[in-house]
Design a protein around this ligand. Sequence first.
Ligand SMILES: NC(=O)c1ccc[n+]([C@@H]2O[C@H](COP(=O)([O-])OP(=O)(O)OC[C@H]3O[C@@H](n4cnc5c(N)ncnc54)[C@H](OP(=O)(O)O)[C@@H]3O)[C@@H](O)[C@H]2O)c1
Length: 291
Amino acid sequence: MVIDATSVICITGASSGLGAACAVQYAHRGATVVLIARRADRLNEVAEQVRAAGGRAHVIVADVSREEECQRVIDETIATFGGIDVLLANAGRGNMASVEDTPTSQWREIFALNMDAVFWCTRAALPSMRARGRGHIVAISSVAGRYGHPFNAAYVAAKHAVVGFIAALRTELVGSGVNATCVCPAGILTEWADVTEGGSIGALYGAAIPKSRRIAQELGVELAPLSRMMTADECAQIIITAVDQGRCDDIFTHEGTKPIAVQAVEDRNAQEDRFEALWRAMADAYHEQRG
Ligand SMILES: NC(=O)c1ccc[n+]([C@@H]2O[C@H](COP(=O)([O-])OP(=O)(O)OC[C@H]3O[C@@H](n4cnc5c(N)ncnc54)[C@H](OP(=O)(O)O)[C@@H]3O)[C@@H](O)[C@H]2O)c1
């Protein structure tokens, strides 16, 4: 789909990170960008950047982990601008807890934001997209939606659910003119790893990675290479190019991650074995932190 000054892009989680980066890149084409998140001050800063880049900005403060808020933001966007060309269901947050330590409230909050919000926003946007015979739904999952990672099972399960949801949605969109794409990034340099519920998973990786080198030596195994951290701008560019090309396959933004996902499908034990030293180091670091 050609995105230009006539296009309307609706972005959840637009107050920082990947959502903000996509907003500004779309603004360079003159597009109208609807910016959705909870922090009004940060949304207004992004709105200024969008206008400075040549786009139109419309801010909606909302908590998309609530069904009625998702309906409200989509209804307001369609009522104001007549339709949505790209719905970027991007808002997300991780958690940091072992399965035994995960309270039900945390499990539910992580699902509500990372999975339910994608469903609620998509369901609200679809009738208008179908009626116009065009539109692109882009859901941000993660490599955590394709293979396991320790100490954030709620997030991993919710991101796997997003992959399944978009796969099912695509089978319903055949012949409609509406596309749906799932994006599976690895590490992006944003606030994400520091604001995980229950503690910083970024700090856990930071403590575990040096330990994993020692453990790998002790076990006599090779460490699986970690993919390079990407900037939000780099990741946004890959997503926007995929939408331009009308790609509706699953997008792996980081080099080397798709083969790991394929290996997890073909031989999950072998995939897990490659990361054993890191998973052991993370267990050590987690239990040291929790005391
Ligand atoms: N960073 C990574 O390494 C990485 C890797 C793979 C996938 N991802 C995924 O990429 C997406 C973007 O994350 P990011 O890296 O850009 O992190 P980020 O900078 O923390 O951005 C998260 C965004 O989600 C919004 N958000 C959180 N809770 C919300 C709620 N209840 N209602 C509305 N908005 C809410 C935040 O805004 P407010 O706080 O203002 O509401 C913020 O704009 C997420 O889905 C994340 O899971 C990230």
